[in-house]
Design a protein around this ligand. Structure first.
Ligand code: NAD
Length: 679
């Protein structure tokens, strides 16, 4: 295991063998190194082909060994690269499928590279807060030029080999082929070049001259779009070193910068997020034993915002979907909206006309429950009212075939009550999508008290098929995400009562790295939605502490972007949030009437109050077993609520500061305005 060795006449073939993506585990590196030594020592061998499978040349570091000492154990990747570069026989990288990270760095050390046109080429280390630490920043600019190297290394985005070799000045590959018979091509190529000397090495090439302006421009562009991120800046530093120094000096600079990033809090947080994502949705013992149900057709009840988006998520994965709504106008408008969204994707070149048509054809509409009776899975997305849900679930129970999964997209309602509207509570589950449902990656799977393991296993499998990241949550008001959000938005409103403006709160948390502050987010989602939830909660618990400011806003029909007025003002047809003098006046009047003391509040306190409100509730959610692990809570916030990835999620962030620190802060906040909210 690790790598296979084979011979064809005088040619050696070393095949990296570590499924699924040929990660460069310690065993793989050791096996490649041993086979290279054998090939070097064997006088009958004239050239070596280094390859992987059709699916992957190599996806880079092996995530199973991530963070363990095996990552750096000898032979390290730089050792292996050094070994290839000191060979006296040519080594040819034959690249199919994925060639990323350390995999690409390995290929860059070879004397020649042949690639399938669809092979995916990338140095994605920046996504983990790192940079390519085995010469990628020094070798890639030499063969693709600085602009492309800057783009690839600072974004981590993959490009197809065919696309890459069409770019001017790219000499990364000796040959890019279309056929699947790649070994034949490589054998022919090897025979042609076997005796050519000297052996070409990228490290021996001089990089093309470049104006230093290009690095200044890249830094300026980054300052605009990736607030406070260290890794992309260090990537630029390393690539700049390629232009300023010898290869060996550049390599030293790269190594020093890599070490700095490896030890940085940002990279640790990003690596936590990466591993948390892989862990999410895993339920010990479940997948192995339980047989998921077969899902071939879907029905969605409710043709509103969520219903349409959910239908698109399934159509995108090739499932036929029927949308049922009692209002024919709602059905027509949903179909129109869906077509427009697909057409927009066509205009942006993300979808072909043919695919657009095929996806639209997969989505049909009806107002008759009899039409959907045979669907394998039905997802309810009607109004957020228990009475309406009751009517729908009773209807579903009477028509749906046995074994159909009955799911609700409710954001806050008690799934266990919903399940009891049916005679088959074991088939009822929550599938909580996030808006816009066809885009957002997160899916909270709500496991009711009686939800069967088979239903859960089916939903987990289905989530993967529709490219969502699933997190399993237990039943409580708001599940994981919205229950925590309530505490966060509550604190945001309390900050206004004490003297902040919406723009100050939003700016502080956006500078911390959130995609959007709470007030801009509420204006986007619609303030009326949270208003309705507050009304329901007040009925259930009249004593609950909350700020009336959101209600006062909604009483003036300031619902957000959809009414061109919310916490901010909006110009017709525009989404830019303009600070509102009317809202500031509303806040001041409210504070005066209520006798709230006003004070200047530092950004640091704003961030702490908001993030700790999340973490404090997250801790309760974890203790109650609503979430299976703290890292699941982080994933909900990273994927569903725009929590900055480089802080790792609210639980990781607080864990690093120390839960004692959180408790000390809570003790202080509890003495302040609306202090009871921290109980
Ligand atoms: P919406 O108001 O946009 O759409 C609801 C649709 O349900 C309407 O088209 C309505 O005609 C239809 N409907 C109402 N009663 C019906 C019935 N008895 N039978 C068939 N159709 C019926 O609502 P939405 O924003 O799409 O939300 C739907 C559900 O999804 C709610 O439970 C909500 O809490 C949840 N949700 C919403 C969001 C969001 O951001 N909007 C996010 C996650 C979950």
């Amino acid at each position: 295991m690790g790598a296979q060795f084979d011979c064809k006449d005088s040619l050696a073939i070393i095949r990296i063998d570590n499924p699924p993506v040929n990660g460069l585990s310690h065993a793989s590196r050791a096996a490649i190194a041993a086979h290279l030594s054998d090939a070097q020592a064997n006088e009958h061998i004239k050239a070596i082909i280094l390859t992987g499978s059709l699916k992957a040349f190599s996806g880079g570091a092996d995530i199973k060994e991530f963070g363990t000492e095996k990552t750096y154990a000898k032979p390290s990747l730089p050792d292996l690269i050094g070994q290839i570069e000191s060979m006296s026989k040519p080594v040819i990288a034959l690249i199919n499928g994925v060639c990323m990270g350390g995999g690409l760095e390995l290929a860059l050390a070879c004397h020649y590279r042949l690639a399938h046109q669809d092979a995916l080429i990338a140095l994605p280390e920046v996504k983990l807060g790192l940079l390519p630490g085995a010469g990628g920043t020094q070798r890639l600019p030499r063969v693709v030029g600085y602009p492309l190297a800057l783009h690839m290394i600072t974004t981590g985005q993959a490009m197809k080999a065919g696309e890459l070799c069409d770019q001017p000045g790219v000499s990364l590959f000796e040959q890019v082929y279309e056929t699947q018979e790649s070994l034949e091509i490589a054998l022919n190529f090897a025979n042609q070049i076997a005796d050519l000397r000297p052996l070409p090495l990228i490290r021996a090439q001089s990089p093309v001259a470049v104006s230093p302006d290009i690095f200044a421009q890249a830094r300026a562009a980054l300052a605009q779009k990736s607030r406070g991120l260290l890794a992309p800046l260090r990537c630029i530093d390393a690539i700049e070193a390629c232009s300023l120094s010898s290869f060996d000096q550049g390599l030293q600079t790269e190594r020093a910068l890599f070490q700095e990033l490896l030890n940085s809090d940002q990279s640790k947080a990003l690596r936590h997020a990466f591993l948390a994502e892989r862990l999410a949705g895993k339920i010990e013992g479940l997948q192995a034993e339980v047989q998921p149900r077969r899902i071939q057709s879907i029905a969605v009840i409710g043709a509103g915002t969520m219903g349409a988006g959910i239908a698109m998520s399934f159509a995108n994965a090739g499932y036929p979907v029927q949308i049922l709504d009692m209002q024919s106008a709602a059905l027509e408008s949903a179909q129109k909206r869906i077509r427009q969204l697909y057409q927009a994707a066509v205009s942006k070149g993300k979808l072909s006309e043919k695919e657009c048509e095929a996806r639209c054809q997969l989505i049909s509409t009806t107002s008759d429950y009899a039409d959907i009776a045979d669907a394998d899975l039905v997802i309810e997305a009607v109004f957020e009212s228990m009475d309406v849900k009751e009517a729908v679930f009773k209807a579903l129970d009477s028509v749906m075939k046995p074994g159909a999964i009955l799911a609700s997209n409710t954001s806050t309602l008690d799934l266990n009550r919903i399940a009891l509207f049916t005679q088959r509570p074991e088939d009822v589950v929550g599938l909580h999508f996030f808006s816009p449902a066809h885009i957002m990656e997160l899916l909270e799977i709500v496991r009711g008290a009686q939800t069967s393991d088979a239903v859960l296993a089916t939903c987990l499998q289905l989530a993967k098929l529709i490219k969502k990241i699933a997190v399993v949550a237990g039943v409580c008001d708001g599940f994981i995400g919205n229950r925590m959000l309530e505490q966060y938005t509550k604190q945001a409103a309390f900050l206004l009562e004490e003297g902040c403006t919406p723009q100050q709160v939003d700016r502080a948390i956006e500078n911390f790295g959130f995609a959007m502050g709470p007030f801009r987010m509420n204006d986007l989602a619609g303030n009326d939605i949270s208003w309705a939830i507050r009304k329901r909660r007040r009925e259930q618990n009249p004593q609950a502490l909350y700020s009336r400011l959101g209600d006062l806003l909604c009483e003036q029909a300031r619902y957000g972007q959809k009414t061109n007025a919310g916490w901010y003002d909006y110009r017709e047809g525009e989404r830019k949030a303009i600070p509102s003098a009317w809202v500031e006046n509303l806040i001041q009047t409210h504070a005066t009437e209520q006798g709230f003391l006003q004070r200047a509040i530092e950004d640091e306190e704003i961030v702490e109050r908001l993030v700790f409100a999340l973490a404090n509730e997250g801790r309760k959610i974890r203790k109650e077993g609503i979430a299976m692990r703290a890292s699941d809570i982080d994933i909900v916030y990273l994927k569903g609520y725009g929590f900055p990835k480089h802080h790792g999620g609210p639980m990781y962030y607080t864990e690093n500061l120390g839960w004692d620190y959180l408790d000390q802060k809570i003790a202080v906040f509890a003495q302040g305005h609306r202090g009871e909210s921290w109980n």
